[in-house]
Design a protein around this ligand. Structure first.
Ligand code: SAM
Length: 453
């Protein structure tokens, strides 16, 4: 099958300069259909790939342990496991973040991470998997995009995540706080022309310039929030030098940083930087089975030091919740915001309070429940939590048809007339999808309206 796209002349001209003899191969790759890839929430949701009966696995993604290519694109929206956070549909090159993180881990312990341009949450969910013991702040400045981010990180199921929504400049208030910042910058999108031909419409040399100016402002504005000695991973899905090497070189030289190499020798086809003074990993669709991407890792000059956060008051443990949460190695604190209760790793509770007081925060940790008088009503994110003690709840493992009814927010009827009244955890292939409340004659569907299929 072939794509039908018309490339802007100025874009083709730039790419001919960048790629030389390789240009015709690059151009013909744009007329081919994009590969389909997913990243599994491995070891967290599914005991094995047997839970994916509908999928036609093709091969693994060499640079990402939990990444796989699919031979065909299934209907993800009609797959209940998609809604359970068992996997994330993600472009393969983006998963190279894993190799950059492996490099960072060789240099330093990373406790505090900021994903500055996070929606819809592809790289955030990956970072959550790669740093299960760190605190990840996922920020998205455009408010309308935060619901997708909240949904995707919530489904991923870890309590070490916060969602904020502010302009990058607001993070100056968290001076030298983060060990690692990911700037997955808004860009001119040249690397997405094949997958999202819509990106072509907005492309112009003027827009490239506009993006470059905005990217520089974003990095400058957040720079103070990065600790001396901390790491920044900068990425775009575009090819031109202006938004990539030129920008990184300018940052290294003016803000004071070192360009750090990421070992790509084990992977075929990834191209190096086009500036010999800067390290970068470049993906082109004619060289790797992916769309286009640019990633470059830098380290801020200076000596790193430990964070010192202020002690804050914490909500006393609510005894009823103890049985809701499985007894694992991590100790959790509960935080109450209005009528909602959230759980987060106790070791980060003071930091989370500090961040929430400093920047506009939408959620902290996993929302466990809403308090309605004395009743605790379990939240959807808690159904997806890796910490839920499933044995504490009545569980109803549903078939395909019932799972879809549930996801369409239809009313369900309990399988037996003597089923326990109250909250029932709906699971599919053993993986939680959400809650219903059995009132006897029927089960009220507790899926939030905005989540319905
Ligand atoms: N990291 C995301 C992922 O992997 O799913 C994709 C991020 S996308 C490339 C860039 C994001 O930057 C968008 O969500 C966009 O809303 C956000 N953005 C746009 N303008 C911005 C600005 N001035 N400052 C910070 N972020 C901005």
């Amino acid at each position: 099958m072939e794509n039908n796209i018309a490339l802007p002349e100025a874009f083709s001209k730039n790419m001919k300069v960048l790629l030389g003899d390789e240009y015709p191969e690059f151009e013909s790759s744009l007329y081919k259909v994009s590969p389909v890839s997913i990243r599994l929430n491995e070891g967290v949701k599914l005991p094995s790939t047997a839970g994916f009966p509908a999928f036609d696995f093709e091969s693994s993604i060499p640079w990402c342990k939990s990444g796989v290519y699919l031979a065909q694109r299934p209907s993800f929206t009609l797959d209940p496991l998609f809604h359970s956070g068992s996997y994330y549909v993600q472009e393969a090159a983006s998963m190279f973040v894993e190799q950059c993180v492996n490099t960072v881990k060789q240099y330093a312990n990373i406790d505090y991470i900021l994903d500055l341009c996070a929606a819809p949450g592809g790289k955030s969910t990956h970072l959550i998997s790669l740093f299960p013991d760190s605190l990840l702040v996922c920020n998205e400045v455009i408010h309308s995009r935060t619901s997708a981010l909240k949904e995707n990180t919530g489904k991923w199921g870890h309590a070490n995540t916060m969602i904020t929504s502010c302009d990058p400049a607001m993070f100056r208030r968290l001076n030298s706080f983060f060990d690692f910042i990911l700037v997955d910058a808004p860009c001119s999108g040249e690397g997405m022309f094949r997958k999202e031909p819509e990106a072509l419409k907005g492309w112009s040399p003027e827009n490239v310039k506009h993006c470059e100016t905005r990217q520089l402002r974003i990095v400058r504005d957040v720079w103070d929030a990065l600790k001396p000695g901390g790491f920044m991973l900068y990425g775009t899905c575009t090819y031109n030098r202006e938004e990539n090497e030129n920008l990184i070189r300018f940052i290294v030289e003016t803000l004071g940083a070192e360009s750090i190499p990421v070992d790509m020798s084990a992977f075929e086809g990834i191209a190096p930087s086009v500036d010999k003074n800067i390290h970068a990993c470049r993906f082109f669709p004619h060289k790797t089975k992916s769309e286009g991407l640019f990633l470059s890792l830098i380290r801020k000059n200076g000596e790193s030091k430990q964070n010192s956060t202020k002690k804050t008051k914490r909500l006393a443990k609510i005894s009823e919740l103890n049985s809701w949460i499985r007894q694992g190695e991590t100790s959790f604190a509960y935080i109450r915001r209005n009528d909602r209760i959230y759980m987060l790793p106790e070791k980060f509770a003071a930091d989370v309070e500090f961040i929430a007081k400093t920047v506009h925060t939408l959620s902290s940790g996993t929302e466990i429940c809403t308090m309605k008088g004395k009743e605790l009503i379990p939240s959807l994110d808690f159904a997806h939590s890796t910490e839920i003690n499933v044995n504490n709840f009545t569980v109803w493992d549903v078939d395909d048809a019932t799972a879809l009814k549930f996801l369409k927010k239809e009313t369900l009827f309990a399988p037996t007339t003597n089923a326990d009244k109250g909250f029932i955890l709906i699971t599919y292939h053993g993986v939680p999808l959400g809650w219903v409340k059995n009132i006897g004659s029927r089960c009220n569907n507790m899926l939030p309206t905005q989540r319905k299929l």
